[in-house]
Design a protein around this ligand. Structure first.
Ligand code: HEM
Ligand code: HEM
Length: 186
């Protein structure tokens, strides 16, 4: 079956597939980059560059997430491939949680970075202004939320990837191949 830009009831389309894999790769890369930032001292040379990259890429992820959610609301969703009502519910909750954790990870990152009122220079290309701080000790509170939410996101994404591999290799159904460009098993 030829692949289209839009989703069909049988499979994800090129737009959803590109957004899914691009964001997944970037998010997986952002996690160790964040831990590396945390290990840096103020006088390390990398302190001047790595946080800048982490924040700039993070803002790009925010833009991609907004596009992805808008695209999702105007697209048909492929039919869920599990059968029981309980499994359908679990898949729905897992996917909503992944979206929720992505949104909170990005917002808390923005709140850490702008707590002192400074705008975020995205690749020195354009600036995202700071909003007034909304909570006391915003940098520390948002930092704690950022750590736990990004850690939960990586753990849930790991379980999600294992579930996709189980469907592919054990159940031998189309769950993974319809999120890929290859048309095998579709
Ligand atoms: C899903 C995307 C992201 C992931 C997976 C991620 C991951 C992380 C991790 C694991 C840390 C280390 C936290 C710690 O050890 O306490 C961190 C730190 C940080 N992140 Fe992110 N991050 C993401 C998005 C963002 C965004 C969008 C921004 C800002 C626009 C941002 C700004 C920061 C800053 C400023 C720090 C340093 C905080 C500190 O040292 O206290 N992050 N990130
Ligand atoms: C940080 C990493 C990841 C995130 C945040 C993520 C997030 C998501 C989300 C939110 C969906 C639901 C899409 C929708 O219908 O709107 C989804 C679907 C999917 N993801 Fe991921 N994903 C990640 C990594 C992976 C990996 C590594 C794999 C495979 C090894 C994978 C396989 C799939 C598959 C097969 C689907 C379609 C599921 C279905 O049709 O029910 N994902 N992913």
């Amino acid at each position: 079956m030829a692949i289209t830009i839009k989703n069909t009831r049988a499979r994800y389309g090129l737009a959803a597939i590109s957004l899914h894999w691009l964001m997944a790769l970037i998010i997986i890369g952002m996690y160790p980059l964040g831990l590396y930032i945390d290990s840096l001292g103020y006088y390390d040379a990398a302190y001047k560059t790595v946080p800048h990259w982490h924040k700039s890429v993070g803002i790009m992820l925010m833009i991609l997430l907004v596009i992805r959610l808008l695209w999702r609301t105007i697209s048909v969703q492929p039919k869920v491939l599990v059968h029981s009502a309980v499994q359908k519910r679990v898949v729905k909750i897992a996917h909503s949680s992944l979206y929720f954790l992505m949104a909170v990870a990005l917002l808390s990152g923005y709140m850490i970075s702008t707590a002192d009122g400074r705008a975020i220079a995205v690749f020195n290309w354009f600036e995202i202004p700071a909003l007034p701080a909304v909570i006391d000790e915003q940098e520390d509170v948002a930092g704690l939320v950022h750590y736990w939410v990004t850690t939960s996101l990586i753990i849930l994404a790991g379980a999600h990837a294992l579930a996709a591999l189980k469907h592919h290799f054990i159940n031998k159904d189309k769950t993974l191949s319809r999120m890929l460009v290859s048309t095998s098993r579709t």
